[in-house]
Design a protein around this ligand. Structure first.
Ligand code: ZN
Length: 195
């Protein structure tokens, strides 16, 4: 079922989501919630969606990038569902990422993110997830984890002069950002083809 996506200002987006008890995975309730998250994310053409964005205060998010028109420069990410995610930074390096959010309509801004992380958690069948993510995609997972802690990307924008509409991003900032993305991908995912 396609659910309504809460927008900035809704108090539930500012709450801390609760861990999902392991004995609830897998359950019909959780399966339904996950399928709603996936359907709603795909319908809205998001790169990810966290449960609080549809008003459910549990620690689950989904991520998927497949030639996304909202973010044409993003490398693809296979559908990933993470329950009770934990992210560990594997480098002190940071990069400037232009972010947007389905809960913050028509706005982009620069956020500092770690380009090499370890993601742990549980998949929808209760199996452990433990993977390393490198490059621009690492930022997507950090963005979704923030949602579970009541944080929106605008909270992390240190230079508010970078804030812009999606049209303005395309007109004034996208070319420069694409060059930076290429550098990040070459450094952290060498050998992989770039769009
Ligand atoms: Zn978001």
């Amino acid at each position: 079922m396609i659910r309504d996506i809460l927008k900035i200002g809704h108090p539930l987006l500012r709450d801390t989501a609760k861990p999902l008890p392991a004995d609830m995975v897998p359950s019909d309730l959780v399966k339904k919630l996950i399928s709603d998250l996936i359907e709603t994310m795909r319908h809205a053409k998001g790169a990810g969606l966290a449960a609080p964005q549809i008003g459910e205060l549990v620690r689950i998010f989904v991520v998927e990038v497949e030639d996304n028109p909202r973010y044409p420069y993003k490398p693809n990410i296979p559908l990933t569902v993470v329950i009770n995610p934990v992210i560990e930074y594997l480098t002190k390096d940071r990069f400037d990422n232009y972010e947007g959010c389905l809960s913050v309509p028509d706005l982009r801004g620069v956020v500092s993110r770690c380009p090499h992380i370890r993601l742990r958690g549980m998949d929808p069948n209760g199996k452990p997830i433990d993977q390393e993510i490198r490059g621009l995609s690492a930022a997507t997972f950090q963005h979704e984890l923030d949602h579970l802690n009541g944080t929106l990307f605008v909270d992390r924008v240190t230079d508010t002069k970078t804030l812009c509409t999606i049209d303005a991003f395309g007109m004034w900032h996208e070319d420069d950002f694409r060059r930076k993305v290429r550098d990040i991908e070459q450094k952290y995912n060498p050998g992989e083809s770039m769009k």
